[in-house]
Design a protein around this ligand. Structure first.
Ligand SMILES: Nc1ncnc2c1ncn2[C@@H]1O[C@H](COP(=O)(O)OP(=O)(O)OP(=O)(O)O)[C@@H](O)[C@H]1O
Ligand SMILES: [Mg+2]
Length: 325
């Protein structure tokens, strides 16, 4: 088993919204990320995936809880030098390559921005060479360096975004729905590129997606979020073979199967109602208002996130019940 790179404990990120209300976007989440792995993170819109990713890479300060990076607490303000070091080590790739690239800058300067911030030697030739190497690494050509973002396709722009993230030699990357805005035909290319880069550069990924079937192929393990909570976490195959949480089961039941025989037998678990308002969360288990297995006890206390089977974590009061088998 590889070493733990990030250890996240009881992490909370709350936002104060109108009327003195508190929106618990990430609410007491604990898990770890191993060095060199890809951890997929899935869940419906608004469940807190991006907030969790942004808090881990220190774009947001946690409301509470701890983030250890190779044993060092980074969820707090750090001395300037370390602050810069962690800004470099942890990078983010965004969903929308259209809006995350400055339209007035040439690709060369977009990619070199991060390099300038950490090692501005004033040597233009070296800077150019570094950028050309990065373009090559992400499958773009030398001539692309002098063009503007609008001259590229969506997939190419995402490659530029990846090159920009790589420019500062990161160790950990949060890819926040990096392929959601792309044509289906291009999605696989970008996923393959991310996998190749991971191998070549020894990167660790947190890969965020709406859709559990998208993360299946790239993730070693998958975490499922619901309303600010991590409800299940297990190796990828295990999640698909043996989902323990009723919410994960519902997500998986929605995936069409390629085999027509199996597809015919697929029983879709329809969740009732809509996702509750995040500023007015249900009592007890937050999934209880929509859970087909919920009993009264589920609305009384929050289920702990615990290791139900080796390496397989979930938060459900009904784990041991016969209906859940
Ligand atoms: N800066 C902010 N201020 C106030 N509320 C916020 C802020 N950022 C996110 N939220 C709220 O926090 C909750 C979680 O949002 P987040 O963007 O993390 O979800 P998500 O899972 O990434 O959703 P999506 O799949 O749509 O990207 C949502 O209710 C959102 O409205
Ligand atoms: Mg998001």
């Amino acid at each position: 088993m590889s070493e733990v790179m990030l250890e996240i404990s009881h992490l909370k990120k709350y936002f104060e919204v109108g009327n003195k209300q508190t929106l618990k976007a990430v609410d007491d989440v604990s898990f770890h990320i191993y060095q060199g792995e890809t951890l997929g993170l899935v869940g419906e819109s608004g469940c807190g995936k991006s907030t969790l990713g942004r808090t881990i890479v220190r774009l947001y300060r946690p409301t509470e809880g701890s983030i250890l990076y190779k044993g060092k607490e980074i969820g707090v303000s750090l001395p300037r030098k370390e602050e810069r070091e962690f800004c470099r080590k942890m990078q983010m790739i965004f969903q929308d390559p259209y809006s995350s690239l400055d339209p007035r800058m040439k690709v060369l300067d977009i990619i070199a921005e991060g390099i300038d911030a950490i090692e501005n030697t004033g040597n233009a030739e070296k800077r150019r060479e570094t950028v050309l190497h990065l373009l090559d690494l992400v499958g773009l050509q030398e001539e692309h360096a002098h063009r503007y973002p609008h001259e590229f396709s969506g997939g190419q722009r995402q490659r530029i975004g990846i090159a920009r993230a790589l420019a500062v030699h990161p160790e950990f990357i949060v890819a926040d729905e990096p392929i959601s805005a792309l044509d289906v035909s291009i999605q696989a290319q970008v996923i393959n590129l991310l996998r190749q880069l991971q191998k070549k550069l020894g990167l660790t990924y947190l890969f965020i997606a709406h859709d559990i079937s998208i993360v299946k192929y790239i993730s070693d393990r998958i975490g499922v979020m619901y309303l600010g909570k991590l409800v299940e976490l297990a190796p990828s195959d295990e999640i698909f073979r043996n989902p323990l949480h009723p919410y994960t089961k519902a997500l998986l039941s929605a995936i069409p199967r390629p085999d027509p025989k199996i597809e015919k037998q697929r029983e879709r678990i329809m969740l009732e109602g809509s996702v509750p308002n995040p500023v007015d969360l249900p009592k007890g288990c937050r999934f209880c208002t929509r859970c087909p297995l919920a009993t009264e006890a589920c609305s009384l206390s929050e289920p702990p996130f615990r290791e139900m089977e080796p390496g397989h974590w979930a938060a459900c009061h009904r784990y041991d019940s016969a209906e859940n088998k």
